[in-house]
Design a protein around this ligand. Structure first.
Ligand code: ZN
Length: 258
């Protein structure tokens, strides 16, 4: 249907209509009044399909493919009036840029950063990092940028470099950890990395750290590790069991206990 024919006085600049099929797992990105599978979008006749998808709130980092008439199109595709575009959710597990995964987390995900490090994942995090520095680290160090900031996910530099970023689902750190493990299925090496500074942990004799332990810890634990970078001393405590439950839930395989 050529809606331009019915445009009356609006002639050439009449907005066209694009319908987006948004699958259920991505619908939480839509504005509350629009949480429907089919989102009707007034299209300005200029924007790319990728822009249209982002304009309704869905980051392209969360999209595996865009289909129009059953054919995959790039985000740069210019819609035609009446197009129906199917938004396909990012496939899981999603490939990471490097075989040995590296992440960089935005300033609001400190608790998640500690959990990822406890599972041995190389995780850059600083509570004073700027958006520019996060993007630079993601691109410069082949790190997957994890954030809940949709504005950050829309950065042009990320789009032009293979969308090396992901939106983390969940409001609680444990939910977020589940989401990251489920999404990327990264190889885990629990208890190998310092949760405070990301340095590597090395086995240390109990006698060498005895003076740094409280009496309860001295009594209950015998296996200790020490951070190569910050000298922090660690032992497997109550958090190990909970982390293991999250890993099993996300992957079906055990992460923390051996
Ligand atoms: Zn450390």
């Amino acid at each position: 249907v050529d809606r331009r024919a019915h445009g009356g006085g609006h002639d050439w600049c009449v907005a066209a209509l694009v319908v987006l099929h948004v699958p259920e797992p991505l619908q939480f990105f839509l504005r509350p009044g629009r949480r429907l599978r089919d989102v009707r979008v007034d299209w300005d006749g200029q924007s790319s399909l990728g822009h249209v998808v982002e304009s309704v709130g869905v980051p392209l980092t969360e999209v595996e493919a865009l289909l129009v008439d059953g054919v995959s199109v790039s985000p740069a595709y210019r819609p035609r009036d009446g197009d129906v575009a199917i938004v396909v959710e990012r496939r899981r597990p999603q490939a990471l840029p490097t075989a040995s995964p590296r992440f960089v987390l935005d300033v609001h995900l400190g608790a998640l950063a500690r959990r990822l490090r406890l599972l041995g994942l190389d995780t850059a995090y600083g509570n004073d990092a700027t958006d520019d520095s996060l993007v630079a680290r993601a691109l410069g160090e082949d790190r997957m940028l994890l954030t809940q900031d949709r504005g950050l996910l829309r950065r042009r530099a990320l789009r032009e470099n293979g969308l090396r970023a992901a939106y983390v689902r969940g409001s609680q750190p444990d939910e977020q950890l589940f989401d990251v493990i489920d999404r990327f299925d990264p190889p885990l090496a629990p208890f190998s990395r310092c949760p405070a500074c990301n340095g590597s942990l090395e086995v240390v004799a109990k006698a060498d750290v005895l003076d740094r332990l409280e009496s309860g810890t001295r009594r209950c634990y015998d296996d200790f590790r020490q951070c190569h970078d910050c000298s922090g001393v660690y032992w497997r405590g109550a958090h190990s069991k909970r982390l293991d439950e999250i890993v099993v839930g996300a992957t079906g395989r055990s992460g923390v206990r051996r």
